[in-house]
Design a protein around this ligand. Sequence first.
Ligand code: 5GP
Ligand code: ZN
Length: 132
Amino acid sequence: MTDDCLFCAIVDGSIPSRQVYADESAVAFLDIQPWHRGHTLVVPRRHVASIVDDPTSWEDLRSVVEHVVPLLMDRLGADGMNVLMNAGEVSGQEVMHVHVHLVPRYDDAPGLGNLTGRDTTDLDAVLAQLTA
Ligand code: 5GP
Ligand code: ZN
């Protein structure tokens, strides 16, 4: 836990999130401003700033990523997925606690040019679909 870290606060429950899945090393929750329906973030329970700061943090994320990728594909009927990490402000990282973006993609908005469009679909309905 690091004071003033948003994702540490989400991990410890002091800030609420729409949790999709968790294990002993990482937590997956819906991004509050999804690029596409089902956009999920996976964060390690321990505070690490970025994959550059500590490349071994990937090991903390791995088992939750392996669980959530097929969950998103199957439950949401996605046609593909972007799996990405930003590291450092220059890359676009805004929250300095390492995280993987899992962004389900759909045939009606293909390609990297459409990656970061915001989907306003109701987040509670998406969560219900993933956790029912
Ligand atoms: P970054 O730019 O650091 O790679 O991505 C940070 C992500 O965190 C953004 O996609 C943003 O929408 C998401 N985010 C920011 N604040 C919150 C929050 O309070 N709750 C959730 N669930 N996601 C957040
Ligand atoms: Zn943190």
